[in-house]
Design a protein around this ligand. Sequence first.
Ligand SMILES: Nc1ncnc2c1ncn2[C@@H]1O[C@H](COP(=O)(O)OP(=O)(O)O)[C@@H](O)[C@H]1O
Ligand SMILES: [Mg+2]
Length: 272
Amino acid sequence: MSAGTPLLSVRDLTARIATHHEIVEAVRGVSFDVAPGEAVGFVGESGCGKSVTARAIMRLAAEGTDVRLDGKILFKGRDLLTLSDREMGKMRGRQIAMVFQDPMTSLNPVMTVGAQIDDVLRRHTDLYGRAVRARSIELLDAVGVPDPARRADDHPHQFSGGQRQRILIAIAIACDPDLLIADEPTTALDVTVQAQILRLLMRLREERGMSLLLITHDFGVVAGMVEKVNVMYRGEIVETGDVDTLLSKPQHEYTKSLLAAVPRIRVAGAIS
Ligand SMILES: Nc1ncnc2c1ncn2[C@@H]1O[C@H](COP(=O)(O)OP(=O)(O)O)[C@@H](O)[C@H]1O
Ligand SMILES: [Mg+2]
């Protein structure tokens, strides 16, 4: 990749979802870039197409949905939409990883969290034997789970919501992805824990030089977290800009109404 090449370049992405009686165009003509190491926000109200866009990049469809993707999703110059399922499987986790909104449904309730991270490491890395658990413990430590060696043997229900989200982040970064997609990673959490998780994401991104795609319905979440924001409305990007400009001088009526709905923007100073 030459200097200045985006890590991710999405061009004219359209996602059509087939339901029993119709085809819904959930995402229409979406184009955006993410530079190496850059944090980009996606903001828009519920149902506007944020998760469909995020899953498209992973080439995942929500369970039981039939999604057809058109356009280009260039990752390091390769169009992900042209990869075989096997090649795409290798991309997931190793190069692109995703943190989902609900930490309880994304973890396996009957496996210890250590075993769940071990699994990912065995599947996607060359580690084996004791090195696997040692790395899992390191990862739990890196995401701020106290006493990680002991807690690795606990099950998801033995952790708080915030701790579970930390564990999911540990799983997502286990293979050192270049791009982390966080889809409403803090929506299920209370405000204090939300700020802690956002700080964690910010720190990991800096330490690891990852790019971050942060998806949220709440402008307060992207303020102070990302450099660039794309505002989505009814399946399309209606406004793009650097976060400060967008917050101070929104152009699009929809962006203005979204901003007006945020009771108080938690700016960089307040969450860091
Ligand atoms: N399983 C589904 N079946 C039919 N339509 C769906 C399905 N999932 C999503 N959609 C459509 O895609 C749109 C965008 O959904 P989504 O990306 O999940 O929104 P959000 O911005 O809240 O993440 C929805 O408004 C809906 O029209
Ligand atoms: Mg969503």
